[in-house]
Design a protein. Structure first.
Ligand SMILES: Cc1cc2nc3c(=O)[nH]c(=O)nc-3n(C[C@H](O)[C@H](O)[C@H](O)COP(=O)(O)OP(=O)(O)OC[C@H]3O[C@@H](n4cnc5c(N)ncnc54)[C@H](O)[C@@H]3O)c2cc1C
Lengths: 527, 245
């Protein structure tokens, strides 16, 4: 039964201004203690062996996963009944953020505790959950998610892997491409087509006959993570390992990604946090013209800009975490249908988080590298690796283009279904622009993408505004800086949709130096 | 065996501290607080003893305001069984802390008081010794290794001249040095379990009677820029010039 809770609905940020939203400041003391453990684990166990991980030294990464599992990082938000810790999804994301100081580790843990596990948590039968979840949540087993194929990426429904029922088993054939964790995964969630033509999900153990993994891809970054093909050659899978219903695998796959995109934004924030800290330390140390480069205005401007963009991403993504948690609370006890509704409810917000955080990460690692000058361009310093590792964030779990197509079209679809309204609250300059923009047709991709940009920027702006007003300190200054930036981007997007220029409101006053100095002092984000 | 571990809340030892504008103390606004690192080593050691022998019971105690609960909860998350907050807003000097802990020991009757050798905020290194004297118990300070035997402990301690191994009958006071152990990462299940462990508050047995008073706190003078010298001879001449040698 669905409760009559007044909790917000998906897309409601567009039409209403809530009284308050969840923010990182809301984590309790013991939740912060958990986050401290995640950071310590990264700093003491992972960062010192980053180079060995890059070389994929035999057994090193799986051993780290097991250690992480013993500390509780492989299933923090999984149900306690199956070995998870039952923590909130917002907190699980915060933990992942701090495990992401090294992105190769975080993609490994992020997949086994996220998209490689959540399909089972949301859609698994009692038997399936009891059989597999405790092994994944403890870190004893590693999970993987296998949807993409050589000829089926963004167009995931066009997959050609096939599953056929033969007697007492399913027989799977096909190749799954780009499978994170393939080298060390024990369990794959595989999507394949069955007789009716729809996708179905299968829980495929590594040891089943006909299952093999090809050589590692030679990648630009994330070299410590495993990415390889999963080859299914008459792979034999027991009948009971069909996940959920035959032909409804796309619901499993896409709902895993709805939550995955939210978690991915945390995996963008962690490396961005680390890059800022490294660049701050370096800039204070490096002297030119007789003074630290951190004292120059154009270097300080970089730190201020990194800081307010980071703040915007952080405000939006933890707000989204709080929203997703509220959806799962509301649907508690409603079974698989409830899980589906909860995972879908904030899919627009989660996509906005993924796109914005990945683009902020790209900006931050780029400018952080710039602070290093020529030294940043060498592998002598860890910033080059963070730069390479960041590039994937805009590609996987739905490219940023696909996510931009998704946001505005899902808003329109929710409106048709009576679950949203195609209008705006008008609580800001941007919200007014968006209100005018959606009054026009946006059926071509370029306009639809610009509408999505306005939605995303609006979500960032509102989330930061509400958080800054509540938390004070340096936050109102960060918000002012962010607001000016957002408004310029919004005017650009508006121009794309309507072909008309708009005059910007007067910029909010703020002090670049004040923000930059906070980053330099804290060697990390300004708050 | 009952172990009592006193725990002090201190400013993050890696943070930069500033005196308050009036110079009467340390400005703690915006600072992070931690368990005194030597106390954390003591907690770790006690918890390891408990893990080896379920009959061991570990109580942690802190003297201070309600904010100390944060450190006590952390100690419970590491694995202590129960926590006690002696609630006060007064300032304690080492003899006052020792007096309060002695009163508590008379009540709880622990077999072992295991504590940090000193706190990183004031670096006094006095409470353990004073407490042992007040209780008239044997003590071993600067422990780098502790082994249990029937009714006694064998403690290796680090001294300036090398390692010294002592045998002490229980009850006794032992203070932990840096090398005693390396504290664990606090596992998430431990933090969750700590939520339901008992944390009792009680008033102090007596009011503190500090014998010293802080009259001034000053930041160290900023270091002036150094100078590179080419040879030992130059260094010698420079030191001589300044009248240092
Ligand atoms: C390191 C790494 C790890 C990965 N891990 C996994 C994993 O664990 N499991 C898994 O299943 N997959 C994984 N992937 C695959 C990843 O999700 C896909 O690469 C991604 O979805 C894009 O698909 P594609 O590579 O086929 O690109 P394509 O779909 O061929 O896209 C090419 C370009 O066209 C654009 N494009 C495509 N369609 C449209 C459209 N309709 N409108 C506008 N633009 C469009 C894309 O945005 C992109 O810029 C991983 C990939 C990498 C590189």
């Amino acid at each position: 039964m669905a409760s009559v809770d007044t909790a917000p609905m998906g897309c409601s940020f567009l039409t209403t201004t809530p009284a308050s939203t969840f923010a990182p400041e809301d984590f309790s003391a013991d939740e912060q203690l958990m986050v401290a453990t995640a950071e310590q684990f990264s700093r003491k166990e992972v960062l010192p062996i980053a180079e060995r991980l890059e070389k994929q030294e035999e057994g090193l990464m799986p051993a780290l996963v097991r250690k992480a599992g013993a500390l509780g990082f492989c299933g923090p938000d999984a149900p306690e009944a199956y070995g998870g810790l039952g923590l909130s999804r917002a907190l699980a994301a915060r933990l992942l953020e701090y495990l992401s100081l090294n992105p190769s580790l975080s993609v490994t843990i992020g997949v086994t505790s996220g998209i490689g596990q959540v399909g089972l948590t949301l859609f698994g039968s009692e038997e399936q959950k009891r059989q597999y979840l405790p092994r994944l949540t403890s870190g004893e087993w590693i999970g993987a998610y296998a949807l993409s194929e050589p000829n089926s990426g963004s167009d995931a429904l066009s997959a050609s892997a096939k599953a056929e029922r033969r007697g007492d088993r399913w027989v799977l054939n096909g190749t799954k491409m780009w499978i994170s964790n393939a080298k060390w995964a024990d369990l794959f969630l595989v999507m394949a087509k069955t007789g009716g033509g729809g996708l179905s999900g299968f829980l495929v153990e590594r040891g089943y006959p006909g299952v093999s993994v090809s050589r590692e891809e030679y990648k630009l970054g994330l070299k410590g993570s495993s990415t390889a093909r999963l080859v299914l050659d008459d792979a034999e899978v027991p009948l009971e390992n069909l996940l959920y219903e035959e032909g409804l695998g796309h619901q499993v796959a896409f709902n895993a990604l709805n939550l995955g995109r939210f978690k991915l934004s945390a995996m963008c924030q962690g490396p961005a946090r680390e890059a800022m800290g490294l660049a701050a330390a370096y800039s204070l140390d490096r002297k030119q013209f007789g003074q630290p480069v951190a004292s120059f205005g154009l270097i300080r401007k970089k730190f201020a800009q990194m800081a307010f963009l980071f703040y915007g991403a952080e405000s939006m993504m933890y707000r989204t975490g709080g929203l997703i948690d509220s959806a799962f609370r509301r649907e508690a006890g409603c079974g698989i249908d409830g899980n589906k509704r909860a995972a879908e409810e904030f899919s627009v917000e989660a996509s906005a988080c993924k796109v914005f955080a990945s683009e902020v990460q790209a900006f931050i690692v780029d400018e952080a590298l710039q602070c290093y000058g020529g030294y940043g361009y060498t592998e002598e310093f860890p910033i080059a690796r963070l730069y390479r590792d960041a590039r994937i964030s805009r590609i996987y779990e739905g490219t940023n283009e696909i996510s931009r197509v998704f946001m505005s079209s899902r808003w329109a679809r929710r409106t048709r279904e009576g679950r949203a309204e195609l209008r705006t609250a008008g609580d800001s300059f941007l919200s007014e622009l968006l209100g005018k923009a959606v009054a026009q047709p946006f059926d071509d991709q370029i306009r639809a993408g610009a509408i999505s940009d306005l939605m995303m920027l609006g979500f960032v702006e509102q989330s930061s505004r509400l958080r800054a007003a509540r938390c004070g300190g340096l936050q109102p200054a960060l918000y002012s800086a962010l607001l000016n930036w957002v408004n310029v981007r919004a005017a650009e997007a508006y121009q794309v949709v309507t072909g008309q220029a708009v005059s910007l409101p007067a910029p909010a006053p703020f002090d670049w130096d004040q923000i930059a100095l906070a980053v330099l002092e804290r060697k990390g984000p300004a708050v | 065996m009952k172990i009592l571990v006193p725990v002090k809340r201190v400013v993050d030892p890696f943070a930069k501290v500033r005196p308050t504008p009036d110079g009467f103390g340390i400005d703690t606004t915006g600072q992070k607080f931690e368990i005194n690192p030597f106390d954390e080593i003591a907690i770790e050691e006690a918890v390891r003893m408990r893990e080896r022998d379920p009959a061991v019971d570990v109580t942690v105690v802190s003297i201070g305001g309600p904010e100390c609960e944060e450190q006590l909860r952390k100690a419970l998350a590491i694995g202590a069984d129960r926590a006690l907050l002696i609630e006060t807003d007064r300032t304690y000097d080492p003899p006052s802390v020792a007096a309060e802990l002695a009163a508590l020991a008379a009540d709880l009757k622990p077999d072992l008081i295991l504590m940090g050798k000193q706190a990183t905020d004031d670096d006094c290194n006095q409470v353990g010794q004073m407490l042992a004297a007040k209780l008239d118990w044997p003590q071993a300070t600067f422990a780098s290794k502790i082994e249990r035997a029937e009714g006694s402990l064998t403690v290796t301690r680090e001294t300036d001249t090398g390692e010294e191994t002592l045998e002490l009958p229980l009850p006794c006071v032992v203070t932990a040095d840096l090398r005693l152990n390396e504290p664990r990462y606090i596992a998430l299940p431990g933090i969750i379990k700590a939520r339901s462990k008992p944390l009792e508050r009680r008033p102090p047995a007596a009011q503190p009677k500090p014998r010293t008073r802080l009259i001034k706190a000053e930041a160290p003078p900023p270091r002036s820029a150094g100078r590179k010298l080419a040879s030992v001879d130059e260094l010698f001449a420079a030191l001589k010039g300044k009248g240092v040698i």
